[in-house]
Ligand binder design. Structure first.
Ligand code: ASP
Length: 280
C-alpha cells in the first residue's frame, strides 16, 4: 500500500513561513489518516477520502477556500479515475457545494459521468448535496484587492491498495480571476489519469497541463513500459519546451512513488507505511 497527496504550489515570495508549516502539518495529517483508511478500503475509496479532507481545509484552493473567478463567483472542478476499470468521472465548474469530489464520486456509477456548469450543480443539489457557499473572507479580500494568492493550491491524491489497484483524484478552485467558463485541467485526463500500471494527479497552470497532456502521457508511458522516472523525464522535457508550469504526483504498479515540478515548489506528502516524506 502506498499513498501520495499534493496541495498545489507554495511560493516563498508570497506566503509566510507560518503558512508553509501549516501546509506541511495539514498534509502530514491527511496522508497519515488516509494511509490508515487505505488499510481497510480500496484505492478508489481512499483517494476520495483524502481529497475530501483537503477540500475541507481552507489552506488549500479546493472546496472551502477556493479561488474566486473574475465575475465574483466560485466555480470548482474535481475528478477521479479508477486504474482497474479505467473509469473516469468528474464535475467541471460546479457551484455551491462543499465537496466537489463527492459529487464526482456520485457520478462514478452513472452513465453520464462528467458534468459541467449548471448541469453539475443541479445534479448535486438534486442528489442531496447541501447548498454550500465555499467562500472564505480571505479569498474575498484578495479578490477585491485583485491580488490573487499567487500560489495555487489545487489538491490531489494517488493511492495503491493492498490488491494492487491504483486510483487518482484531483480537485481545484481554479486559477483565480479566470474568465467564467474557463476549464481547468483538474477534471480532464490531462490533469488526472490512471490505469492499472500508474496513476497521476497534476497541479499548475491548466492550459500548460492540457497542452502537454501531462497525466495522460506519464501514465501511458509507464503503461507502455517506461520506468516512472523516464516517463516523468520525457514528459517534463516536453512541458519545458512550451515553458510550462506544472507539478505531478504518481505511483506505479510496482509501488514506486514519484513526484516532480517544473518550478519550486509543489506541496506534497507521501507515505509507504515506513517513511513519511513531506515537501521542504
Ligand atoms: N490546475 C489548476 C487550474 O489550472 C490550478 C492549480 O493547479 O492550482 O485550474
Amino acid at each position: 500500500m502506498k499513498i501520495i497527496i499534493h496541495g498545489g504550489f507554495f511560493s516563498e515570495s508570497s506566503q509566510s513561513l507560518e503558512t508553509k508549516i501549516a501546509k506541511q502539518n495539514a498534509l502530514k495529517q491527511v496522508v497519515s489518516n488516509s494511509y490508515e483508511f487505505l488499510k481497510t478500503h480500496t484505492a478508489l475509496e481512499t483517494i476520495v477520502y483524502a481529497v475530501e479532507q483537503l477540500e475541507n481545509d481552507e489552506l488549500f484552493n479546493a472546496g472551502i477556500g477556493s479561488q474566486i473567478q473574475s465575475d465574483g463567483k466560485i466555480r470548482m472542478s474535481a475528478s477521479m479515475m479508477d486504474g482497474k476499470s479505467t473509469k473516469f468521472s468528474g464535475v467541471v465548474n460546479i457551484e455551491n457545494v462543499k465537496n466537489p469530489i463527492r459529487v464526482a464520486e456520485k457520478l462514478f456509477g452513472t452513465v453520464d459521468r462528467v458534468l459541467g456548469g449548471e448541469g453539475a450543480t443541479t445534479f448535486a443539489h438534486s442528489n442531496k448535496f447541501e447548498v454550500f457557499n465555499p467562500e472564505i473572507p480571505q479569498r474575498r479580500k484578495e479578490y477585491e484587492a485583485k491580488l490573487g494568492t499567487k500560489s495555487m493550491g489545487t489538491v490531489g491524491c494517488v493511492a495503491l491498495d493492498a490488491q494492487g489497484n491504483i486510483a487518482a483524484a484531483t480537485s481545484t478552485g481554479g486559477k483565480g480571476f479566470e474568465v467564467p467558463g474557463r476549464i481547468s485541467d483538474s477534471a480532464t485526463t490531462a490533469g488526472n489519469y490512471a490505469t492499472m500500471h500508474c496513476g497521476v494527479s497534476c497541479t499548475g497552470i491548466g492550459e500548460d497541463i492540457v497542452s502537454t497532456a501531462v497525466a495522460t502521457k506519464i501514465v501511458t508511458r509507464v503503461s507502455d513500459g517506461f520506468t516512472i522516472e523516464k516517463a516523468f523525464e520525457k514528459t517534463f522535457t516536453e512541458l519545458k519546451e512550451i515553458d510550462g508550469f506544472a507539478g505531478a504526483i504518481a505511483i506505479d504498479h510496482k509501488g514506486n512513488i514519484y513526484h516532480q515540478d517544473s518550478h519550486p515548489s509543489m506541496v506534497f506528502a507521501s507515505y509507504d507505511g515506513k517513511t513519511l516524506e513531506v515537501f521542504e
